[in-house]
Design a protein around this ligand. Structure first.
Ligand code: SAH
Length: 249
């Protein structure tokens, strides 16, 4: 039987946010490849092999998955959220790009999933209701100067900005630096949301103004959303009106 490789995402956390298409891939796979904590979200099935690895070895993990598929296995590469957003799908294609030319003939597919940004926005209301962008604050794979350039451009263009990877133990200061930079362009009243564990039973939303936002509110399980000039509060919700003329009257 010829092998296949499907890259899937398990959504933000709770099992109801795993799509039925992803569930079907997980049920049929002979081999699951992924970062340990993401694999732990997938129920064990008899006869299925698990290849758990550390978070930082994405290309190695992608190459392992491709070799298994080339050997005839039905492989699922498991990411959190959506596999195409700061996750394994691009790593798999990078490995194909630099790897054995025969890998280009493999049956490779990507299944979409619910990314953290969407789950986080839904916890708070509709902050992504108008034009938005997503920026990862991790400088493991890009220079901090690149991140600063993109933050500034996004702020100047008045996008709502979703910040992935806002902080980690190894990078505690970057979110503070990002807020400083954004304060130079956006108004200090701009709403900022810290959404932790979005789409899970432990979900928690903290809202602040950009002027007063405390970077220590974020950790590795937090998605930070910085509003546009039109982003506003109504009751306990935050939303960005679809029209740039502002809220309906
Ligand atoms: N592929 C994933 C993102 C991986 S980057 C996706 O599509 O969601 C990891 C970052 O995603 C974390 O540092 C955090 O900023 C964000 N994240 C992932 N799950 C989250 C959740 N349940 N709640 C809030 N943020 C989350």
């Amino acid at each position: 039987m010829s092998g296949s490789l499907v890259v899937v995402g398990t959504g933000p956390g709770k099992s109801e946010l795993i799509t039925p298409a992803t569930d079907a891939v997980l049920a049929h796979a002979t081999d699951l490849v992924g970062y340990g904590p993401y694999l732990d979200r997938v129920p064990c099935r008899a006869g299925q092999r698990r290849h758990a690895s550390d978070n930082r070895v994405e290309l190695e993990r992608a190459r392992l998955a491709l070799s298994l598929a080339a050997a005839g296995r039905q492989v699922a590469v498991v990411s959190g959220g959506d596999p195409g957003v700061f996750a394994m799908a691009a790593a798999v294609f990078e490995a194909v790009d630099a790897g054995d030319p025969s890998w280009r003939e493999l049956d490779i597919r990507v299944e979409p999933g619910v990314t953290a940004m969407l789950a986080a926005a839904a916890e708070a209301g509709a902050p992504l209701g108008s034009d938005f962008c997503a920026i990862s604050l991790s400088d493991n794979l890009k220079a901090w100067s690149t991140i600063e350039r993109r933050l500034k451009a996004a702020a100047e263009a008045d996008f709502v900005i979703a910040l992935y990877n806002p902080a980690s133990k190894a990078r505690p200061h970057q979110l503070g630096q990002a807020f400083e930079l954004l304060r130079g362009v956006k108004a200090k009243e701009t709403p900022v949301l810290f959404v932790r564990a979005a789409g899970t039973a432990e979900a928690c939303v903290v809202s602040a103004s950009l002027g007063a936002a405390d970077p220590s509110c974020a950790d590795m399980r937090t998605l930070v959303i910085v509003g546009a000039s039109t982003t506003r509060q109504v009751g306990r919700w935050i939303y960005t009106p679809r029209s740039e003329r502002g809220a309906a009257s």
